[in-house]
Structure formats: C-alpha cells, structure tokens
Design a protein around this ligand. Structure first.
Ligand code: ADE
Ligand code: ZN
Length: 324
C-alpha cells in the first residue's frame, strides 16, 4: 500500500510555505542572518513541538518565521519544499504564503514574493512541478491591515491566483473580512478560507456566502450541520483536509476518530494535504499513509483523493483532463 501511495501522482492544495521550515534550515538561517532563537539544537526545536490547540502552534510558528529575512531565504525555504514534493510524487502544488508575518517585521513584500516565485519557476523547469500561489490574510489582524496587504499585492497580481484566510479562527469569523474579500474578487483573485478547523460549522457557511470561496480549507467540523454536509456533497465544494495537522492540533483525539474517510464515503470532494509539514511530522505521502493505517480503505478510494485534488485545483480545465 505504501508503494501505491508513494507512486500515486499527488496534488497539494493546502500548504503554508512558512510551515515547511525544517529545524535544520531554521538553524542555518538563524546563523546566516544572526538572529537569536531560543533553542540549542534542531532536536530541541522538534522537542518543543507539543501543541494542545491551534494557538499554541501558531505562537511557535510565527516565532520560527523570524529567521526568514532575505530573498534567498525565501528561495531556499521554497526550494527545499519542492524537492520534498519530487520525492512524494507531488506534480502540482498550490502554496499559501502569509505576507503579514514578514511585512510586520519590516521585510518588504517583494522580498518575500520574489524569493518564493523564483523557486516555483525553477521547479517548473527543472522538476516539472507546476504551482500556484495563494496569499493569505492573517485573521487575528484587522481589516485595515488586510486591505493594505491587498494593495501591496497588486503589482504582483499575475503571480497570485487567489487570496485566503488563516491564523486564529476562534474569535475572528469570516464576516470580519467580507469587504476585503469582495475587493479581492473585484480585482480578479479567486478566494479560499480556513473554516471549520477549530471554529463551528457556521464559519463554513459564512465563508461560502460572505467570502465567495472556491474551496474550504479544513472544513472537518461541517459534520455538526447535517444540511451543510448535504449541500457540500451536492455542490462538490472541495475541502482541503490535513489529517496529521488535525491530530497534532487536537481537532481529533487520534487518526481512527478522523472523519475524512466518512466524508469521502458521503460523497464530498475531500482531499489530503500536509498544512505545515515541518511542524506536524509529515509531508504528502505521510499524510496518506497515516489515513490508510487507521482506516480500512480501497486503492480506488485512495486514488479518489488525488482525482478530487485535480478537480479542486486551480489548474486550467483543459489540463485537468490530461492529469486525470
Ligand atoms: N497557519 C498555518 N497553519 C494554519 C492552520 N492549520 N490553521 C490556521 N492558520 C494556519
Ligand atoms: Zn492551514
């Protein structure tokens, strides 16, 4: 089964580039940029990754990002992830980046995006991996900051396919960003949003109706509203589910309790993704294997996750046919 998963062509739709910062690279960049980090070794960093909810993870994750300073740092970060994609037979990836995590520290927007896109271009030509970029607004910051970020993105519009919404879901519902998402849509961006990860099913409905999203990131708490589940099955609105992340952040107690296979069998367009693989203990293949180890599931169903991801991706429709 592991060989089948390894060889299966995969498409990743929920991946935070800052969440691919492995402790070894964190150390290398800290030294290169003379940034102090409160750890004595990469192993000490790993040992600190004990989370009890989303916020306890985010606090460590934003601290880790402090070592990213130059365009080369963003290139190195992205290139390391793309090499992992090649190992896992990920043929297409749609990557989130959080500009505010960096602009708040005085790093220019263009430093971030130029480093990332240089690596993406190189992956297309050297690794035959295609990609898209999704710019996320940090929902714990205010609407005005999101509008400023949207403004900063405008000169790079051709490099960004969509805007998204991430960070602390509790206390920061979709409606807080309804106006900035409307402006983004008017400017030609597609939209996605994290919803129903830690927050209630109502956040999924609000993200659909108030933010005009094309995909729901996570969405696993949809099961708390039967009518919503029926709607999601009917509309085939994709859910980008992140199994290992959900266990690490205690959304489910263990993988056996995870609802991803139930959702697949109910006919929802669910996909498997790695979210923040350097923090949650696994990239794409690891996430597939973790699901399969905990649930009886056929080869056909495993392949369905990949077919769903192709369908849910922002790849041109003509190209989707070739990939399927
Ligand atoms: N930022 C990075 N990973 C995230 C997650 N799982 N949920 C919300 N915001 C995030
Ligand atoms: Zn996420």
């Amino acid at each position: 089964m592991k060989d089948f998963i390894q060889g299966l062509p995969k498409v990743e739709l929920h991946l935070h580039i800052e969440g691919t910062l492995e402790p070894e690279l964190m150390f290398e960049l800290a030294q290169r940029n003379k940034v102090n980090i409160p750890f004595s070794s990469p192993q000490a960093v790993r040992d600190a990754y004990q989370f009890h909810n989303l916020q306890s993870f985010l606090d460590i994750y934003y601290q880790g990002a402090n070592v990213l300073i130059t365009e080369q740092d963003f290139f190195d970060l992205t290139w390391a992830y793309l090499l992992r994609c090649r190992e896992d037979n990920v043929i297409h990836t749609e990557i989130f980046f959080d500009p505010q995590t960096h602009t708040e520290r005085g790093i220019a927007f263009e430093t971030v995006i130029n480093g990332i896109t240089r690596a993406l271009d190189q992956a297309q030509s050297q690794l035959d991996i295609s990609s898209q970029l999704i710019m996320c607004f940090l929902r714990h910051l205010d609407e005005e900051a999101a509008f400023e970020t949207l403004e900063q993105a405008m000169p790079f519009k051709d490099k960004i396919i969509a805007v998204g919404l991430d960070s602390s879901e509790l206390g920061h519902p979709p409606e807080k960003f309804a106006r900035v998402f409307q402006s983004a849509r008017e400017a030609g961006f597609l939209t996605v949003a994290h919803a129903g990860e830690e927050g209630p099913a109502q956040n999924i409905l609000d993200a659909i109706y108030m933010l005009g999203i094309s995909r729901i990131d996570h969405g696993v708490r949809c099961v708390e509203n039967t009518e919503l589940v029926r709607q999601l099955a009917e509309s085939q609105m994709p859910l980008t589910v992140c199994p290992l992340s959900n266990i690490k952040l205690k959304v489910f107690d263990n993988m056996e309790q995870h609802n991803i296979v139930d959702l697949l069998e109910t006919g929802l367009c669910v996909t498997i993704n790695s979210d923040d693989p350097a923090y949650f203990g696994g990239y794409m293949t690891d996430n597939f294997v973790a699901v399969v180890d905990a649930h009886p599931i056929s080869h056909q169903q495993i392949a369905q996750f990949s077919l769903n991801a192709i369908e849910a991706s922002f790849i041109e429709n003509t190209q989707k046919v070739t990939l399927s």
